[in-house]
Design a protein around this ligand. Sequence first.
Ligand code: CA
Length: 351
Amino acid sequence: MRTTRRQFIETLSVGTASAFLPVGAFATGKSLKSLADPVKRIILDSDTATDDALAVLMAVTSPKLKVEAITITCGNVGFEQQTKNALYTLEMAGKAGQIPVFQGSARPLVRQVHGNATYVHGSDGMSDAHFPDPKQKPENEHAVDAIVRLVNANPGQLTLVAIGPLTNVALALLKDPTIAKKVKELYFMGGFYKFYGNINPGATYNAWVDPEAARVVFQSGIPLTTVGFDVSVKSSVFTDDDYAKVEKLGTTYSDFFMKINRIRRKYCKERQKMNGSNHPDAITIAAVIDPAIITEKITRFVDVETRGELTLGALAIDELGVWGKPPNATICVEASEALFKKMVFDTLKMK
Ligand code: CA
């Protein structure tokens, strides 16, 4: 078979990048995108409580990811408690001192702090497990500065994964709008497609806590993918049978899973009409780790409702193109429950 000069060079490029994995030098040439399983470098932005903690565990133990930083944003419970929850999860996972944790904005851009989703996550955000204080402390640098610095130092290389309100991401984009084109992609856990909200009928928690921040992000031009509440309800619910299987594993991680989901599980069943607990942050990181988990996605123009009388924080998805604007977001519509659960079980079996 005749090999063209271009094919030859592409072969060389792939070989070179593979030899240096996981340094992350492989996002430069188009040909390198064909690499089967490149290690993704991510910044994980989180309001760490229950399901965030599972997402953190999955991220830091996945051989397919390199977590460059965890940044804490305002959201579920008290800001210092969320920081401790992220740090404790790292320690429990045997990663203490290996991944820096940066504290970002302790409040939304213009609205009051929510921070009391204790009815979902328990008073400590970890279903009242009351874990000991972690030894690792947060870094001195502000999370927003860290995001801007890391993205500028690694253009085209870093994936941002936002599993909380978008306050930190918006502030980073306001501080340095050029990062919108330097981030490889942004995954945001929020919204839904043809479904219903969990904080009002039109909105989901993360966009509702800081709708102005969400609007800044959706209007920024950043390559954006959403994994919504609907996907989590349809494809991430752990039933009583699943919990029984988790408990049977008898590992450190399965014990952690059982503890942090104790209150969440009850809340989801009794108040949210689910046959168990959903795991929106975990399925979002799962989609980053293995995009095959998402089985259907669409692109649409999306804006954010910041003045809704009844639907504050709703993602306004322009289904018919009535605004005549090009798509600015990829929306995950369907996911594989089987692949997701396999990934969670594979994680919980590790240790
Ligand atoms: Ca979260």
